[in-house]
Design a protein. Structure first.
Length: 413
């Protein structure tokens, strides 16, 4: 029996900052590899922008013996260092996505290839000469690499980077919108705006057009990641598809290679890494090819009225599906506003679970307790983590009466 099969009852833990289009695509790829081997997968969202790791994450990794960990970066550089330190201490088999961790297995999209294609399209095909660069997360390896390529490709063509046109967007829609509008009040001579992700690119589209500039006539706009939203604007946003499901599959394969080799990350040897990987199982580095997706934000539509109609129909269909999902979420949010107790919240969640696409969902409440145990131990147990109880229980698309019995929050999973 293989190591993975023996440990099938233990889960692979995915640590991430959110669970939206980016993470969902990666997780789908992971499940294609893990599900056939009956290896469970738990996604943990860190959420909070603090220097410390959440206690619940520390408990999950330290006391629940996950079979391995896949990380997608965290909210702050301090959290990242804390997480890497904990993983090293516990010697858990680990794979990092979109990060550069020396001596560790890492998977990422080929940002050099993807951003090079964006810049060649803008500089060589569109004749762009004064592009704005909106930076993303300052600690994210992917975003740092994209800015590096932006600068390199300009220099390769003898074009100087206008530092006034390089602004910090922090990978946030609102921050990028605010900073770009400030820039537009000072000058409007830019002929392109290059961003590190599609969410920021959607903010750019509105800010630019609100200022009376045309996209792509006056200013070309590019994103990165090929999120569904990039095809829902008018015009659609030129972007880079990172082939996220492939990245998820490769990450899961690298983790299984470590498990089959029987050595944790940082050990002397590992199992067989996926094809195309550089290095051994525990320190393999894989770059998944990217694909440039050219849309109307950089290229005037060809094909006349018929092509415009086809594009409009495609956008409308995509937006309709998105609108239905949003309507279900808004409906649940509206009902939550009227809740006055935990039981009310549980009832609303149970009633709306099917409408928002949840077939299996549990809502748990727990007591707040001091950070440290009085006995000087590591505090694992009810003294530190408190007791928990079930507020909502949805299984197989049906709501069940929650079990009222309290339990240690460490038994949550």
């Amino acid at each position: 029996m293989t190591t993975a099969a023996r440990d099938a009852r233990r889960a692979v833990v995915v640590v991430t900052v959110a669970f939206d289009a980016y993470q969902i695509a990666l997780v789908r790829g992971m499940l294609e590899v893990l599900a056939p081997r009956d290896v469970p997968l738990v996604v943990y969202c860190t959420q909070f922008e603090t220097a410390r790791l959440p206690e619940s994450l520390v408990c999950l990794l330290r006391h629940h013996s996950p079979v391995g960990v896949i990380t997608m970066d965290v909210n702050t550089a301090e959290q990242r260092e804390a997480l890497l330190g904990l993983l090293a201490e516990l010697r858990l088999p680990t794979v990092h996505i979109a990060q550069d961790v020396p001596g560790a297995a890492c998977v990422r999209g080929d940002n050099d290839q993807g951003m090079s294609a964006v810049m060649a399209h803008l500089l060589d095909e569109r004749g762009v000469r004064r592009p704005v660069m909106i930076r993303g997360f300052e600690h994210a390896a992917d975003h740092i690499e994209r800015e590096r390529v932006f600068r390199r490709e300009l220099a390769a063509r003898g074009l100087a980077v206008d530092e006034e046109l390089v602004i910090d967007g922090q990978a946030r829609h609102d921050v990028a919108d605010q900073e770009l509008r400030k820039l537009l009040r000072r000058r409007t001579d830019m002929d392109a705006v290059v961003t590190t992700d599609d969410y920021v690119a959607t903010a750019v589209m509105k800010a630019v057009t609100d200022h009376g500039l045309r996209v792509p006539g006056d200013v070309a706009v590019t994103g990165f990641d090929n999120y569904p939203t990039s095809a829902m604007t008018w015009p659609g946003i030129t972007t880079v598809d990172q082939n996220l499901p492939d990245q998820g599959r490769v990450a899961a394969e690298l983790l299984l290679a470590q498990l089959e080799g029987g050595h944790p990350a940082g050990g002397a040897e590992g199992g067989e890494p996926p094809e195309g990987a550089e290095g051994g199982g525990h320190a393999a580095r894989v770059e998944v090819p990217c694909t440039l997706v050219v849309r109307g934000s950089t290229l005037t539509a060809e094909g006349g009225v018929d092509e415009l109609i086809r594009t409009a129909v495609r956008i409308t269909r995509t937006a309709t599906g998105h609108s239905r999902a949003q309507d279900a979420i808004v409906g649940m949010s509206r009902d939550l506003l009227g809740c006055r107790s935990l039981d009310d919240v549980g009832g609303v969640l149970a009633a709306h679970a099917g409408r928002v696409g949840l077939t299996r969902c549990f809502l748990v409440a727990f007591d707040l307790v001091p950070d440290l145990a009085e006995d000087g131990t590591d505090g694992h147990g009810t003294d530190r983590y408190g007791t928990a109880w079930l507020v909502a229980d949805v299984r197989d698309g049906r709501a069940h009466v929650p079990d009222p019995e309290r339990f240690s929050s460490c038994r949550l999973l």
